[in-house]
Write a protein that binds this ligand. Structure first.
Ligand code: FMN
Length: 356
């Protein structure tokens, strides 16, 4: 079991923040599929939260189906990160995460995200202030974590030193994406170097991240690096059921099979229903138009389906198109399929009832 401060997760598998993708409907979808121990919002701008802008607060939207939830904040030492962390607690966060790994110019130009890796001392001091504010505001109930990369570039691998300092500042766990900022998403994540960070800290859990796209990868990452949790991003966009499969593998030692083609189609339909429930019509349509190619990566030859979804301009039209791909002779349940997932299934049924 993975424990982060006072928070005990049901599984050590975490859904990564992926800006523009891991919104409330998608987080609920992954949770319903089973195996998710913790999910996170996309990175949130502290000024937008405190000003109450519609865009900023929409990204922080959550509900009872979406717990436990981490809210991820970005900013620099001059920004009101401690105040925004308190806002997040008041709006449903069960954990506060500080983004120290985003390589995107828009964020690093504001001295946030990965730029925090450039100056470990200031970053550790900032983390200490967030920890103090959160402890006071939540009576010690809410943990604070950080999400980092190995370092800015090959010449400045600050991960181990930074992680030690963050632990001393009171940070409860650290997620490490095994690439440098300069690499962005190129090359492959270095799980051995995640192990260097595991070795550098005293007792807080390190959560490994990067390139886990199959259940077996989660187990391998834990074995190679010694990390206590695994965070999955892009792998979940194509296969939101990866957490259930990885959790089965970690707990039973046996791999369970991929969902059948029909099951995958039903997951896409469920995603569409959740988008319809939680997003406005235009966003829901745009989101599925973007997402269909991620789903398509494991579904064989579905080019006509992808084309039809991309050119649909209403949810109803999309639904009909996707439904028409359910195959009469398609197998509904695999040997270790969704019906075996216990509480995940009942959560799914509850939301299903709400939608109906
Ligand atoms: C489009 C995109 C958006 C992302 N947005 C965020 C973000 O908001 N916050 C964050 O900490 N990481 C973000 N990441 C990084 C992921 O959380 C994760 O660290 C990275 O994708 C590596 O993990 P993976 O190989 O499992 O995807 C983003 C990645 C992608 C591809």
């Amino acid at each position: 079991m993975l424990r982060i401060g006072s928070l005990e997760l049901e599984t050590p598998l975490l859904l990564a923040p992926i800006a523009g993708h891991c919104d409330l409907p998608f987080r609920i979808l992954c949770r319903e599929e089973g195996g998710v121990g913790l999910a996170s919002t996309d990175l949130l701008n502290c000024h937008s939260l405190l000003r109450g802008t519609r865009g900023g607060t929409a990204l922080a939207r959550t509900n009872g189906m979406d717990q436990p939830l981490g809210m991820q904040l970005y900013g620099n030492a001059e920004d009101p990160l401690p105040e925004a962390a308190c806002w997040a607690i008041d709006h449903g966060a069960r954990l506060i995460d500080i983004n120290m790994g985003c390589p995107v110019d828009k964020i690093t130009k504001k001295n946030g995200g990965s730029l925090l890796l450039r100056n470990p001392c200031t970053t550790i001091e900032l983390a200490g202030r967030v920890v103090e504010a959160v402890r006071r505001h939540s009576n010690g109930r809410i943990p604070v974590t950080a999400k980092i990369r190995l370092g800015w570039d090959e010449k400045s691998i600050v991960g181990p030193e930074l992680a030690r300092g963050l632990e001393q500042a009171g940070i409860d766990a650290i997620t490490v994406h095994g690439r440098t900022t300069e690499q962005r998403f190129k090359g492959s994540a270095d799980w051995h170097r995640i192990g260097d960070i595991v070795a550098a800290v005293d007792s807080i859990p390190i959560i490994g991240n990067g390139d886990v796209t199959e259940p077996e990868h989660a187990r391998q990452m834990m074995q190679v690096s010694g990390c206590r949790g695994v965070m999955i991003g892009r792998g979940a966009l194509r296969t939101p059921w990866i957490f259930r499969r990885a959790w089965t593998l970690l707990t039973t030692g046996r791999a369970c099979s991929e969902p059948s083609f029909n099951q995958k189609i039903r997951v896409i339909l469920r995603h569409l229903a959740l988008l319809e429930q939680y997003r406005d019509h235009r966003h829901a349509v745009m989101c599925m138009q973007k997402r269909i190619s991620w789903y398509g990566k494991t579904m064989g030859h579905i080019r006509p389906l992808k084309e039809a979804v991309r050119t649909s301009d209403s949810i109803e039209q999309m639904r009909q198109v996707i439904q028409s791909w359910i195959q009469d002779d398609g197998e509904e349940y695999t040997s270790m399929g969704r019906r075996d997932t216990g509480s995940a299934t009942s959560a799914r049924d509850q939301v299903g009832a709400m939608v109906r």
